[in-house]
Ligand binder design. Sequence first.
Ligand code: XMP
Length: 509
Amino acid sequence: MEKILVLDFGGQYNQLIARRVRDHNVYAEILPYTTPLQTIKANNYSGIIFTGGPNSVYDMSSPHYSAEILNLGIPVLGICYGCQLIAYMCGGRVDTAPVSEYGKIEFSVSKDSKLFKGVPRQSVVWMSHTDLISAPPQGFDVSGFTSDCPVAAMENTANNIYAVQFHPEVTHTECGSRILYNFLYEICRCSGDWVMDNFIDATVKQLKEQIGGNKVILGLSGGVDSSVAAALLSRAVGKQLTCVFVDQGLMRKDEGDFVEKTFTSLFDMNFVRVNCAGHFLEKLTGVTDPEEKRKIIGTEFFNVFWGEIRRQGELGYFAQGTIYPDCIESGKGDAAVIKTHHNRVSTPKDVEFLGIIEPLQQLFKDEVRRVGEKLGIPKELVWRQPFPGPGLGVRIIGEITAEKIEILQNADFVLRDEMAKNGYEKNLAQFFCVLPGVSTVGVMGDHRTYDHLVAIRAVTTDDFMTADWAKIPYDILAKVSNRITNEVAHINRVVYDITSKPPATVEWE
Ligand code: XMP
């Protein structure tokens, strides 16, 4: 399989670069800038992309790379910091820009270039830089500029080295997709063999060989990743696979039944559902701190799972739905932890496996979904909005009780039902109800009530790093509010969260 290396210098869009390359049917993998040149040589890449980064190339602590990488005969594309780094490595000049460019900027192509084939002479690009190239290195031609950036693109065609100051990977760059396409197909001469059908065939074949006649066990959370991993393994080894579905009672209304029905009716596998809502509630009694709740829910999920494996007592492989973003080692070092997310787990000492199988570890989320669809998982499951690992546990603020779970499930069900009926789901990246644990005074009939308030959270976003609160039409909100207060016992008030991320996060905890 042909592949492109995205060499990570710590910029915020680095995963996006790899995703955009894969959108053009070429496999891309991300490695940190600390990767030895020997490794890069050994990997036989069709092209290398230097990513952006937060630093200045003259900053001694900023990430650099040996200039030898430019002599491997592999085409290179530098983006933003990567572009300046190429200039610096080859003896050009980088200076602090008199005017920083940020946002949408008009860009002019100034030379016929393979990189800009099919790109108009003038187009809008996305810029975000405070340094600029003031003099290109010897052997490089300027191929594009903006009003404040004399070298917005440059190239050394003899050595197949190209560089752009702007970000072709973001959608705000009008012809960004075309520019990446040109790099892959005009410059790197890729053929485009990264298609999901090939992935499924190759992975099923490889899983069959690896697993042989052995057993495989997979912890199914009901989320997209573990569901797709289960479907893929089922195709490869059928009944040798046992899925252990840990139902911790913190899923949306009727969701556990839906997952069970889907997997038992559509796929060839053994399916074990462990209903352990009571166990989780016990462990969560009196716990109010969000991080502690997350940890307990995450730990108990695996405790239940390991318990089931001990009970089954058969030696086999352990499969997980780990996906590519869980595995990437960023060029930035440790990013600050804002919330603990589920990630890879380590197995307890007394639980033995033949090995760990992670059939989705090369895939981004959108690719996982495409694979899921091709494997026949229903659209409602594959395209469902993200649902946090700790489930409703982080949507009930404060202590979790059985009564609160039921109230929240019922309110959330009404919200989802109304969004679906109005066809509004497709406009939203995520929407749900939150139970803040606040009681307020209300009036129902002639009676004063003192009952729960529920909040609606709905956001639009591409990447969940930032998000905007969704401008749901008032009449839909009115209907939701009416139905919740009428149909859900113990709710007498509904509020709508109108905070973006930042400063808030998507979830309330
Ligand atoms: P935040 O709240 O961090 O959410 O703005 C961003 C996205 O991540 C999801 N999320 C989680 N997912 N475990 C998960 O698997 C978690 O603990 C968790 N917390 C937040 C959230 O639903 C949103 O899609």
